[in-house]
Write a protein that binds this ligand. Structure first.
Ligand code: CIR
Length: 259
């Protein structure tokens, strides 16, 4: 298996005006649209600066959460898989990612259901893929996805996402091929056996959704203790603003598909 973060490409979608009405579990206030756009633009610019060819798709006003392209597909060097997002308001997003993905991936597989899986629940490691069960990814969906991953030559393991955590990767992210940053509730995840697990500092649980792009770790700029902890490990850290997307339960990995 190739490196889980030696990416060359990313596929993003600009936020629509409706993005301020994106799903949020706690019913909190809407994000500020201008701020949301600024966060998205800073993210895309950073991916480009790190050497990725980034395609930014048109906003979709009918789908407030469509800027979170990570949730509707999985992308690998060997092909891509169209998913079945677990939130009914997001199901229609898949049709809009099909053609852009087909333009890059000659091998395009597709979940047929009846189960569901969100890309935010999938953590790609160097030697396997972990699929987290959550309120968005059910066991039927995880098992169908594991079969499809097998067709692409990837081994999958199914894990549990702690209650109250939206997606598996809301609670963890790769620091390097052998090391995971995780919230305390995920630290003892059996699927992390054999890896080093670094826990988020107290009060910085939302920092766990880091995103490794080549040699650099993208981290929410608000999380200074996490940034210091990662920098002390000798990794290049790039802080990015996430306050507005956090209003709609999102973090850094959500805003792109990468391969
Ligand atoms: C949702 O609830 O679907 C969006 N408001 C947030 C999606 C975040 N995506 C991710 O963690 N991969």
């Amino acid at each position: 298996m190739t490196s889980p973060y030696a990416f060359t490409n990313a596929l993003c979608r600009a936020p629509a005006r409706s993005a301020v009405k994106g799903i949020r579990a706690d019913g909190g206030p809407d994000p500020d649209f201008t701020g949301l756009v600024a966060e998205h633009e800073a993210y895309v610019a950073t991916l480009r600066e790190l050497g990725l060819a980034v395609e930014v798709l048109e906003p979709l006003d009918d789908f407030p959460d469509a800027l979170f392209t990570e949730d509707v597909a999985l992308t690998f060097p060997k092909g891509a898989i169209l998913l079945r997002p677990g939130a009914s308001s997001r199901a229609g997003e898949v049709a809009y990612i099909r053609a852009p993905l087909a333009a890059h991936h000659s091998r395009l597989l597709e979940m047929t259901g009846p189960g569901y899986a969100d890309g935010g629940d999938i953590l790609r490691l160097a030697d396997r893929v972990i699929i987290g069960l959550s309120a968005r990814t059910d066991r039927t969906g995880a098992e169908e996805l594991a079969d499809l991953l097998g067709k692409l030559g990837y081994r999958a393991e199914i894990a549990e996402t702690p209650p109250g955590v939206l997606h598996f990767k809301t609670g963890c992210g790769l620091i390097d091929e052998r090391t995971i940053l995780a919230v305390p509730a995920l630290a003892a995840c059996p699927q992390f056996d054999g890896l080093e697990v670094v826990t988020t500092p107290p009060g910085e649980e939302p920092a766990a959704n880091i995103l490794r792009i080549r040699d650099t770790l993208l981290v929410g700029d608000r999380w200074s203790a996490t940034r210091a902890l990662l920098a002390a490990r000798g990794v290049a850290v790039r802080p990015l603003p996430t306050d507005q997307i956090a209003h709609i339960d999102a973090g850094l990995s959500c805003m792109s598909l990468r391969w």
